[in-house]
Ligand binder design. Structure first.
Ligand SMILES: Nc1ncnc2c1ncn2[C@@H]1O[C@H](COP(=O)(O)OP(=O)(O)OP(=O)(O)O)[C@@H](O)[C@H]1O
Length: 414
């Protein structure tokens, strides 16, 4: 079914859905495009529409081969749409779901591409703030690179910033995707370029291991781990690559590499990784923590036959009418002492494949595991939400900080 978007574009077929809306395959005066049609409740928010229009230049301004370009912004009646370059391929989450983990050479090649895109964005004064596999697209029509990896492009630049306004997101709600949230965000500091580096290092770890370094269990527990736990080595990972990951997952933002340096260091490693098979590691259990939390119901938005995705919190609060992912969980603000008190270990050390942890939650039926998932009292929620509350407060209109410790020079985003 075709649908007109403004006077210049026609949407033909749904490519995918996210928390902010639906992405369509469409065409316009210059050929095929991808059209991200924002959810109706967002599109009817006049303040939000105003922000998109105000940021039009910034949205349309990023021009880099590793960034999905935004070509146009359509505001038409109840429609608010971003018209983007069409990437023919898939998103990295889909590939990861299919393959579970990638060979190190391919994983590093993809991460280097994304780092290139980030370097360009940071130089232009833009922080992405939502780097995750869902926002990395693989261009299947592009030339094959190291490890047989297709070129990777980062998408959704600037959208998180526009949608996450204090008015839309009460300070009691946490915004973002917990697995990829840098500790300084959890602690309430404003997001600068280094948060993207942390998120990208998390993605690279996930590509190599099949799970994120601090993910698993209740979203609040995930946030707490970002702040209190150190990343545990992956069995079999080359030392230099491991050191790079450790540096970019540093708790202190200033200790992380800049995007251009990360890209160069990743590419330096590629020859050493050629032909290396995927790492053979087993996902750690979270049973100790799960036992500490009362029952937690899975988010409603996920349909029964859909594969479960990692716990995540919505970019936009509230149920998403056209969303079918469990990237839509809302969390309550934890009390300050909860975070501090939640620093107990979680026994999340990855094990070489085959090594079983006695009584691992991995061996429990899914429904049981789910019921035992977190919520409520314990540790985490607390500091997390307090931190993010501070972050939200700090990212109000006109308060977005210029990306610091980026490739400097460039003007900051208005
Ligand atoms: N420019 C594009 N070209 C081709 N496909 C795209 C493009 N942008 C997005 N898609 C597809 O649409 C899907 C949904 O994208 P969208 O950005 O709305 O959500 P998301 O990033 O997956 O999740 P969320 O918005 O919750 O962070 C993507 O996973 C991808 O498969």
């Amino acid at each position: 079914m075709a649908r007109k978007i403004g006077s210049r574009y026609t949407a033909h077929q749904i490519l995918g859905r996210g928390s902010a809306g639906t992405v369509w395959l469409g065409d316009g005066p210059e050929g095929p495009v991808a059209i991200k049609l924002l959810r109706e409740d967002l599109a009817s928010d006049q303040e939000l529409v105003g922000r998109f229009v105000q940021e039009r230049t910034a949205l349309l301004g990023l021009d880099h081969p590793r960034v999905v370009g935004v070509r146009d912004l359509v505001v038409d009646g109840t429609d608010l749409a971003l018209v983007m370059d069409l990437v023919r391929g898939t998103d990295l989450r889909t590939r990861l779901d299919r393959e579970r983990r990638l060979a190190p050479e391919a994983a590093v090649a993809i991460a280097a591409d994304v780092a290139d895109g980030l370097a360009a964005a940071h130089a232009a004064g833009v922080v992405h703030r939502d780097v995750k596999p869902e926002n990395i697209l693989l261009d299947m029509e592009g030339p094959l690179g190291p490890g047989g990896a297709h070129p990777a492009l980062l998408t959704d630049f600037g959208v998180a910033k526009l949608i996450d306004t204090p008015r839309r997101t009460r300070a009691t709600k946490i915004i973002g995707t917990p697995d990829y949230l840098a500790p300084e965000i959890v602690e309430g500091l404003p997001p600068r370029a280094a948060v993207d580096i942390y998120a990208l290092a998390t993605v690279l770890y996930e590509l190599l291991a099949g799970f994120t370094p601090f993910g698993g269990g209740h979203p609040g527990a995930v946030l707490r781990r970002h702040v209190t736990e150190t990343v545990v080595p992956l069995p079999g990972i080359p030392e230099e690559l491991w050191q790079l990951l450790v540096q970019c997952l540093a708790k202190a933002p200033a200790s992380r590499l800049r995007a251009s340096e990360l890209s160069a260091r990743l590419r330096d490693q590629l020859p050493l990784l050629a032909g290396m098979p995927p790492l053979d590691v087993d996902e750690p259990g979270t049973e100790d923590e799960e036992a500490a939390y009362p029952a937690y119901d899975e988010p409603q938005a996920l349909s029964a036959d859909e594969p479960r995705r990692r716990g995540a919190v919505p970019l936009v609060p509230g149920s998403a009418p056209d969303s079918n992912r469990d990237t839509h969980t809302s969390m309550r603000v934890p009390a300050p002492d909860e975070l501090a008190g939640g620093a107990r270990g979680t026994a999340r050390a990855p094990r070489a494949a085959g090594q079983r942890r006695p009584g691992s939650a991995r061996n429990k039926p899914d429904a049981v595991r789910r019921r035992r998932l977190v919520l409520g009292g314990a540790a985490v929620l607390v500091a997390a939400a307090i931190g993010v509350g501070g972050w939200l407060a700090a990212t109000g209109e006109g308060q977005e900080p210029a990306p610091q410790d980026t490739e400097q020079s460039a003007p900051s985003q208005p």
